[in-house]
Design a protein around this ligand. Sequence first.
Ligand code: G6Q
Length: 552
Amino acid sequence: MTRLTERPVWQALSAHYQEISPRHMRDLFAEDPQRFDRFSLRFNNILLDYSKNIVTQQTRQLLLKLAEECKLADWIAAMFRGDRINHTEQRAVLHVALRNLSDQPMRADGQDVMPEVRSELQKMEALSEAVRSQTWRGATGQPIRDVVNIGIGGSDLGPEMVTEALRPYGSRDIAMHFVSNVDEHAIQDTLQKLDPATTLFIIASKTFTTQETMLNAAFARDWFLQTINDESALAKHFVAVTSNIPLGEKFGIDPRNIFAMWDWVGGRYSLWSAIGLSIAIYIGMDNFRAMLQGAHEMDQHFRTAPFGQNLPVILGLLGIWYNNYFGAQAYAILPYEQNLHRLPAYLQQADMESNGKCVDRDGNKVDYTTGPIIFGELGNPAQHAFYQLLHQGTKLIPADILAPIRDFHSVRKHHRALMSNVFAQTEALMKGKTRQEAQQELSTADLDAQQQQLLLPYKVFEGNKPTNTILFDTLDPGTLGSLLAMYEHKIFVQGVIWNINSFDQWGVELGKQLASHIFGELQDDDPVADHDCSTNGLINYYKTRRKILRRP
Ligand code: G6Q
């Protein structure tokens, strides 16, 4: 297979970059009054404006050619067909089946997975409705008031982000809690507010072996049994989502309350499965299905829309443009929607765990950069924090700005202020402020000529900072589903171009192995000597200090 950087289109893009990089978006806008129409896309009630990027029609053409030459269409077909495109784990990648609300089969290893998917959805519906309608009663006959999801990584970030995002749709009678960190404070702080008799725990772990989750789950079970000293009561207060059913049963969970997971769903792509049980309990199954529907519609769009009108494809290609030609190392996710406050953390995992890879599908070390550093925050507060670097720092950081047209609050002025910041920031990042404009502004200030000269260089903004603006009518379950599926597919598009496997995570596996070995070594106070001298030194310092601090 031709290596990426040897492809003629890659080289054509390099040459094109030389031509276009000195250009300023101000000029691109001045030259083309239709630029907004030419570089924006619509999908349902979502608008993607990507006109504020350093691209021309030729850039788009070349990027689309790159996608074509990298056989993106074949890869998309392979994913939907259930081929084992996660080649290092020999697994199909079928999170799209979890939201396949059509009556079409979807196959992994020739087997239609849809009957199992539907049956788990029904099981989720039964449990979530029982809890919501209070027909599910705890061991003392009381309804459930609090649900605690114990999981980490893919078994935590998605459900937590979605329950936050869809708060206006959430139950007022049931509070949701998420515990992932193995720092004891996380579980202690959560449990101290709760009553075991009205609490339901969801132990969410695909493997049911993850250290953090297992320790937190065992802690929760002990806490529960301290008050309700009856093991048979566990069945009413503990359910599990796992592909390791024997371990779930061994933990003491009633097999009827164990929800299945499959090896063709990666953790970070699993919120659509029973890993999303906490979401279903909180927003109800109708809303959960609406979210699946929104994702399914995006899947269909991704699968069928021409690449030039395909939101995930365009977003993916723009990311490649900055990452590989402009040398941009980072990418910012900036939601102007309070309830999306966990989206940056969620996308950080989705993107960085998927595309943080340096070996290609043929086993070769790549000679180009892959996944960017994803970071972000709520846009408005972030303006008063790190936007300075976006505006005037030395790094180019492309950003996605997401905002709803209509919010749920009655205070219209707030929403107008929020949106004015969206438009002002994207405009300022694009246009910047020229020396002349800065000079003009300073001349009207109450400053003498010397002070004006002193300030002038600091008041200049280069601009030409790329943003995508993503507007949607309102953050309802369907729209959220579409947006999340859009990002999942964007990540896949980039993985295809970079010729890497976006669906394994050997870096995460390494962490799991290492910690369990050292966990054993920390059982006693004996010094260790089997690591490098730094790690030995740190462990032994910890053991010595721990011993001293332990003394009364
Ligand atoms: C996600 C990763 C990882 C995983 C967690 C939890 O894609 O594989 O974040 O979700 O390590 O794993 P378990 O669900 O097996 O506990």
